[in-house]
Ligand binder design. Structure first.
Ligand code: PGA
Length: 251
């Protein structure tokens, strides 16, 4: 299975012109570009190899939900992927596992490939890997609880293991400290076991996120269990992003 590289631009860049330029520079195969909602329409015509994803979605189809975007709206725009449960949404906007579960179900039902983010905060990781596993297991059990009767679309699920403390902040010029590849691998194997045994999901992709850059990408992607990377800050640096993508093509 070819590795998948997801570019999470977060709330960047500030102008449409820059967004278009960045999209053109990031237009590679096996790449999903997740721009801000406001740029989706203009950049979808600029890329031919990359797919377009959204950074979030709301679970209702339409109605009085000021500021929200539905799965149908995104689908009608030609978006194929959607991120749900990113730790920034959980932390800054108080998204709970229950809300993440509703978003995930709405998006799966609409036919999206859903990128579900899970990962423990620093205070938990300081207690050790077993504590991190317990935390991530709870996130997964709640987020996926409604999926048991949704087969076969659960193969559209992509889980991102993204330890919160490893995220760089998604700024162009800030580099964070990624997880140790062996420890991320252990967590990813653990996630796979849960998907297999609790949800009968045997074929889904699990990727790593958190300060992936041009230098460390290979340390994660070399493992067959790590199906790709979710890239924040480095996805805003076109040259570095291209080097991550090329590394991924090598595996
Ligand atoms: P980062 O962000 O690569 O800047 O750490 C990853 C993410 O939060 O998606």
């Amino acid at each position: 299975m070819a590795k998948l590289i997801v570019a999470n631009w977060k709330m960047n860049p500030s102008t449409e012109t820059e967004a278009i330029k960045l999209a053109r520079a990031s237009d590679h195969k096996n790449v999903v570009i997740c721009p801000s909602f406001v740029y989706i329409s203009s950049i979808k015509y600029q890329v031919s190899r990359a797919q377009i994803g959204a950074q979030d979605v709301f679970w209702e189809e339409s109605g009085p939900y000021t500021g929200e975007i539905s799965a149908v709206m995104l689908k009608n725009l030609g978006v194929r992927y959607v991120i749900v449960g990113h730790s920034e949404r959980r932390r800054l906007f108080y998204e709970t596992d229950e809300m993440v579960s509703k978003k995930l179900l709405a998006a799966l039902k609409e036919g999206f490939k859903v990128i579900l983010c899970v990962g423990e905060p620093l205070a938990i990781r300081r207690k050790g890997i077993p504590a991190a596993k317990r935390f991530v297991k709870k996130q997964l059990l709640t987020a996926l609880k409604g999926t048991l009767n949704l087969k076969p679309i659960t193969s559209n699920l992509i889980v991102t293991y993204e330890p919160v403390w490893a995220i760089s902040g998604g700024k162009r010029d800030i580099r964070g400290k990624a997880d140790k590849p062996e420890e991320a691998l252990e967590m990813i194997r653990f996630i796979k076991k849960i998907l297999d045994s609790r949800f009968m999901i045997h074929d889904s992709r699990i990727i790593y996120g958190g300060s992936v850059n041009g230098e460390n990408a290979g340390d994660f992607l070399k493992y067959k269990e790590i199906g790709g990377a979710l890239v924040g800050g480095a996805s805003l640096r076109p040259q570095e992003f291209r080097s991550i993508v090329r590394t991924a093509w090598g595996y």
